[in-house]
Design a protein. Structure first.
Length: 184
């Protein structure tokens, strides 16, 4: 596939996807691009002496979209149904997260600090000591995730398995569990 053909095909697929989510009741403009990549497809060719070499055999577009909305099982089922019943057959996944992430992080820090302070008072009391002024606080956001561990994904090769008119599968996400460790 030529570069221009790959771009044109990607645009057609995007239009089909936007139509599918519109049929599910979403504004097509709610579908946002998270990542877009055009990559050459390498083919192996042999010359008349049998020597192998890599040549560009065409191009492929990889377009990752994001559709975010407040959790609503009916809306989720509708959009999944429209996508799976379309001719697109994309690989897709559903991820569950929280709104107002900064508020959640702030509350988590407050709770963690109060818990650390409470435990410090207990240790000080048990050791018959008084706590002094707080000098340093360390915390780590590296393993911090505001997304449920629930995985929902469908690959294009599984579409032919689902019969036409199949009932939608209700997916209730696992609770998001947060933990923060504070060293004071």
């Amino acid at each position: 596939t030529k570069y221009s053909n790959a771009i044109h095909l990607a645009q057609e697929k995007e239009d089909e996807l936007r139509e599918a989510i519109a049929r599910a009741g979403f504004d097509p403009e709610e579908l946002k691009t998270a990542s877009f990549r055009v990559a050459p497809i390498q083919d192996e060719k042999k010359d008349r002496f049998g020597t192998k070499s890599q040549v560009v055999g065409g191009f492929a577009c990889y377009h990752l979209f994001k559709l975010m909305f407040e959790f609503d099982q009916d809306r989720l089922s509708k959009v999944i149904s429209q996508i799976t019943r379309s001719e697109l057959k994309p690989n897709f996944s559903v991820k569950y997260s929280v709104q107002r992430a900064n508020f959640v992080k702030d509350e988590l820090m407050r709770d963690a600090m109060a818990n650390a302070q409470h435990k410090a008072f207990i240790f000080a009391d048990a050791a018959d000591c008084k706590l002094g002024k707080l000098l340093n606080v360390e915390y780590n956001w590296e393993k911090f995730s505001l997304a449920s561990k629930t995985n929902y994904f469908m690959e294009d090769r599984t579409y032919h398995i689902a019969p036409e008119g199949q009932e939608d599968i209700p997916v209730i996400p696992e609770d998001i569990r947060l933990q923060m460790i504070i060293s004071a």
